[in-house]
Write a protein that binds this ligand. Structure first.
Ligand SMILES: [Zn+2]
Length: 283
């Protein structure tokens, strides 16, 4: 069934687990995510970037996810990842997204609050959940100073003020993860996470979690992360699945025999993430 992400994340927050939010941009990835969610009896957030919308078309994505959600035995939310403009967010709301992110993290605190408030007003009027972001998700080197860290990572007091003044449903924070593939092993700032969770007492989101160690993920969930975004690991599974196929059958030309095994590989990766995040059996 199609639900808002607030519905999914409030339950996760109250019961101390995290839900996986998986980026999709074609039918096979969506089917893999839904198959895993059903296998694991897990609530799931299917999310699309603005790039995915450009690639597949907003109507295609909307129709596919709505169909998948209607047929699914678990709660499914359709979320816009890193929305940057008012126009895109309105288009998503008009096309049946049940949740949107407005990413004003590159603005000053005041401008981020102002931009986020414009979205919250319209989204909440339509019954749509809003995620915002505070702090910057750049990769951080090991030898970074405390002052540099403070400039990049989410400031707990600012986070408290941000949420009070915007009324967002979930907040993405920067505590040491980065988007894409990592060069080294990321170290998360768990003290900062604990402080933020204590002050906010609401669903916390972790972006850029592909490549973070399983122990760190487990700890982040214990300390209050409730939504974990995964994109890179699923892309990697898709591509590895196709590479493996061509390694054995270099002359294969049937797309079904190329994408089918890749889809199975993605289902296995997504299932593993759901067990790690603690959302298996929570639907
Ligand atoms: Zn992100």
């Amino acid at each position: 069934m199609l639900v808002t992400s607030k519905e999914i994340l409030d339950h996760a927050h109250q019961n101390g687990y995290a839900v996986g939010a998986f980026n999709i941009n074609n039918m096979e990835i969506l089917q893999a995510v839904i198959a895993a969610a059903e296998q694991e009896k897990a609530p799931v957030i299917v999310q699309t970037s603005e790039g995915a919308i450009k690639y597949a078309g907003i109507e295609y994505l909307s129709a596919m996810v709505h169909l998948a959600a209607r047929k699914a035995s678990v709660p499914v939310a359709l979320h816009l990842d890193h929305g940057t403009t008012y126009a895109t967010i309105i288009k998503c709301i008009a096309n049946g997204w049940t949740s949107v992110m407005i990413d004003g993290s590159h603005y000053s605190l005041e401008d981020n609050i102002k931009t986020t408030n414009e979205i919250v007003k319209v989204a909440h009027a339509a019954g749509i959940s809003v995620e915002a972001e505070l702090g910057r998700l750049s990769g951080v080197e090991d030898n970074i100073s405390v002052e540099e860290k403070d400039a990049i990572y989410t400031n707990p007091k600012e986070a408290e003020e941000f949420v009070k003044r915007t009324g967002v449903d979930a907040l993405a924070i920067a505590i040491g993860t980065a988007h894409g593939k990592y060069k080294g092993v990321p170290k998360l700032d768990f003290d900062r996470l604990t402080k933020i969770k204590g002050l906010l007492n609401m669903p916390i989101v972790l972006h850029g979690a592909s490549g973070v160690s399983e122990d760190s993920i487990r700890n982040a969930v214990i300390l209050g992360v409730n939504k974990i975004n995964i994109d890179t690991d699923v892309r990697q599974a898709f591509t590895d699945g196709i590479k493996d196929l061509f390694a054995v059958k270099p002359d294969e030309f049937d797309p079904r025999k190329i994408c089918g095994p890749a889809r199975d590989a993605m289902t296995a990766v997504v299932s593993g993430k759901m067990r790690l995040f603690g959302c298996s059996g929570k639907a």
